[in-house]
Design a protein around this ligand. Structure first.
Ligand SMILES: NC(=O)c1ccc[n+]([C@@H]2O[C@H](COP(=O)([O-])OP(=O)(O)OC[C@H]3O[C@@H](n4cnc5c(N)ncnc54)[C@H](OP(=O)(O)O)[C@@H]3O)[C@@H](O)[C@H]2O)c1
Length: 261
């Protein structure tokens, strides 16, 4: 079974651990999660994961090393790991925003294949969208790392230059989509549903819309045309949303997030 060390068992690190165990790609007993506040890993420990506060021990016992600490912590963590990193045995995968492969390479030295991955929090339920960028010399390991994230939802290889864009569209994108669902629910309450029912209808409708596009590969407008009867209520509502800046505000928000990285 594949052995994984997740260095940084916070929100994302814990989600990755849970997603990997659920996928069957490896088991909870083969995943070791570390953080400095060991007591905060009690929940993962109760679920059967190995937990610890010794990063070197975790790396020695694993082949796949996932770095899920904060951006300002990651280079120091890599320097700490250098003495136990073995080329040909370890692969280092950072999910950290904004730290480049070149910066990681400088901290880690030659030999060990380096990857960046940008998942989102749906990774906990194997529904992440993950963009992966690989070190030039990564070779066959690139497919292995991609296959790891394909166990956790959709995963694609991208040029590292697009990593910030991937962060906004995929990782921040979860929040944009959730805000859409919240706003829809609020509208639903105003037209008669209790909040739980409104949220269920809004959530399943978004899930269905996304599934339609992914099943048939059509452009969204093609599916929209099917539900906009001439002079009907859907087109009236949609046009009102556009008059109020619906698409424009979303695009502006994406650009603002991008500038903020
Ligand atoms: N959340 C997202 O949706 C998302 C999406 C894509 C990428 N990311 C990236 O993922 C990274 C983690 O984000 P997060 O939201 O999961 O942050 P978080 O909840 O703060 O998790 C970071 C974890 O790192 C641990 N840590 C810090 N220093 C450590 C060390 N020396 N050794 C071991 N563990 C250490 C912290 O625990 P202790 O303080 O107890 O050590 C904490 O649990 C960030 O770099 C972020 O850019 C996040």
């Amino acid at each position: 079974m594949k052995k994984v060390a997740i260095i940084g068992g916070g929100n994302l690190g814990a989600s990755i651990a849970q997603g990997l165990a659920k996928s069957g790609w490896t088991t909870a007993e083969n995943i070791i999660v570390t953080r400095r506040h060991l007591d905060r890993l009690a929940g993962l420990s109760a679920q059967g994961f190995r937990v610890g506060d010794d990063n070197l021990l975790a790396v020695r016992e694993s082949q796949w090393i996932v770095l899920a600490v904060k951006p300002w912590q990651v280079l120091e963590v890599i320097r700490e790991l250098v003495p136990v990193l073995v080329p040909g045995e370890h692969r280092l995968i950072s999910v950290v925003t904004g730290i480049t492969i070149a910066q990681m390479r400088e901290a880690c030295g030659p030999g060990v294949p380096l990857f960046r991955a940008m998942p989102n929090t749906a990774i906990a339920i194997q529904e992440s969208m993950t963009c992966v960028a690989a070190d030039k010399a990564s070779g066959a390991d690139r497919d292995l790392v991609l296959s790891l994230f394909q166990e956790l939802g959709e995963a694609i290889l991208i040029d590292e230059a697009l990593m910030d864009a991937a962060t906004v569209l995929g990782a921040c994108g979860i929040a944009y989509a959730l805000r859409y669902i919240r706003a829809s629910s609020q509208g639903g309450i105003q037209i008669g549903f209790d909040s739980d029912t409104a949220q269920l209808i809004a959530s399943q409708t978004v899930k269905g819309a996304a599934a339609l596009l992914m099943a048939n590969g059509q452009h969204p407008e093609h599916e929209i045309d099917k539900v906009t009867t001439p002079k009907g209520c859907t087109i009236a509502g949609l046009n009102e949303m556009e008059h109020e800046g619906f698409s424009s505000s979303l695009i502006k928000g994406i650009l603002t997030s991008f500038k903020q990285i």
